[in-house]
Design a protein around this ligand. Structure first.
Ligand SMILES: Cc1ncc(COP(=O)(O)O)c(C=O)c1O
Length: 409
């Protein structure tokens, strides 16, 4: 084995035909939402298993629009009032919670389990012990790093207490729960197609639903609440359902029924994503193979490190590790990885106790979410993406061994 390698969290290598497709889009000059956005929505909805899918410029925007759509929907608005509470996990990428708060809802955190996901029994305890269950509106489980949450129990609790379930599946493209793809198991769900995710589009998000009313609200909200959500092609073909308004002098592209955002994506993002959707099976398989290989190579350090559970139902975002040996500092471990050219990221940090933006929640959650505190301070992840060659996997195993020997006291 040679010298220092560069081992990245994620990568995207386009084939010649992928590039040709993108060049043809450049030549067309048609960059705002059009046929590729619609094709992406059709294909991703069909892959996930939902009737509806609406694209957004990011997963965060998709989530925000989802919460606001619930607040406008005649079916859900009485429950999802502004200021109502969303029960979620403290261990997640901060976007989950930012989207709750910026949509006027309040996050309430319960602790996680050993698989990093929200503990469904803690949700049950919270609801059972509450004197006012009506203050809660949503359960927001996050399928962290690709691991599916215990959806049957979560859905049955939601049913019992009249709550809405919104799955944050941003990191779990193609993971399954009891044979069904995550993102298809609740009223709303979102995905992110940011770098390093299995299907990557640079930046892009989707919101999924089966309810047609939530779909039209989401489409409208992402375009500043406009009445007409047609693409240029659809309007040109006379498919716009707002012809009546148009005939009375109202241009439905510039009149709005609700107060919205500009969260629209571009054809570039959709086309980039489409080049990857077609390879999703192979991407998931390759990532699983890499996780299995790293687990085999690092098993000899399992007294010091908690390695990821392997399952063929998981579509891995990355390779998570928790440093269980208290004598090894996470900072020193990650610094040593960086010096060796191996990128790593902290396991998000426990939002209410460790994220500076949520310092106002810290005293209320001190000691209440111990597992999330532990993983948030002792965990990190590295890449396991489909472009990692064998040489990089071996290099990771060897480098981990060297660091453990050097840091273990
Ligand atoms: C769990 C989770 N939720 C939401 C998001 C938000 O997605 P985006 O970065 O596309 O806004 C991400 C992003 O990776 C995420 O990991």
């Amino acid at each position: 084995m040679g010298g220092k390698l560069s081992v990245r969290i994620g990568d995207l290598k386009l084939t010649k035909s992928d590039k040709e497709l993108l060049y043809s889009l450049v030549d067309s000059g048609m960059f705002s939402e059009g046929r590729y956005i619609r094709e992406f929505e059709r294909k991703w909805a069909s892959y996930v298993g939902t009737k509806g899918c609406v694209t957004f410029n990011s997963g965060t925007s998709a989530m925000m629009a989802g919460f606001v759509a619930l607040q406008h929907s005649p079916k859900y608005k009485d429950r999802v009032r502004k200021g109502s509470k969303a029960i979620t996990t403290p261990l997640t990428y901060i976007a989950t919670v930012n989207s709750v708060v910026t949509s006027g809802l309040e996050p309430v955190f319960v602790d996680v389990k050993d698989d990093f996901n929200i503990d469904e029994e803690k949700i049950a305890e919270l609801l059972e012990s509450s004197s006012d269950v009506g203050q809660y509106s949503i359960i927001l489980p996050v399928h962290l790093l690709g691991y599916a949450c215990e959806m049957d129990r979560i859905n049955s609790l939601a049913k019992k207490y009249g709550l809405i379930v919104f799955e944050d599946a941003a990191e779990a493209h193609g993971s399954t729960y009891k044979g069904k793809r995550v993102g298809s198991l609740s009223t709303l769900s979102d995905f992110s197609f940011y770098m390093a995710h299995a299907v990557c589009a640079g930046e892009l998000g989707t919101l999924h639903m089966n309810d047609p009313e939530l779909k039209s609200l989401a489409e409208s909200l992402k375009g500043n609440g406009r009445m007409c959500c047609c693409t240029v092609d659809e309007r040109a073909k006379g498919l716009c359902p707002h012809a009546v308004e148009e005939s009375s002098g109202i241009d439905p592209r510039y009149f709005s029924n609700v107060i919205g955002f500009n969260f629209k994506a571009t054809e570039f993002q959709a086309l980039l994503g489409l080049t990857q959707i077609s390879k999703i099976g192979e991407i998931i398989r390759q990532r699983q193979e890499n996780v299995r290989y790293l687990n085999d190579g690092l098993a000899k350090y399992s007294d010091a490190l908690k390695l990821p559970e392997f399952s063929e139902t998981v579509s891995y975002l990355s390779y998570p590790v928790v440093i269980e040996d208290a004598s090894i500092s996470r900072k020193r471990f990650r610094d040593a990885l960086a010096e060796s050219g191996i990128e790593s990221r902290p396991l998000f940090g426990c939002i209410p106790t460790q994220q500076p933006a949520y310092a106002f929640l810290k005293s209320g959650y001190q000691g209440k979410v111990p597992k999330a505190d532990y993983f948030g301070s002792r965990g990190f992840y590295i890449g396991c993406h489909q472009f990692m060659p064998q040489e990089q996997l071996d290099y990771v195993i060897k480098t981990f061994g060297g660091i453990i020997r050097q840091l273990k006291k």
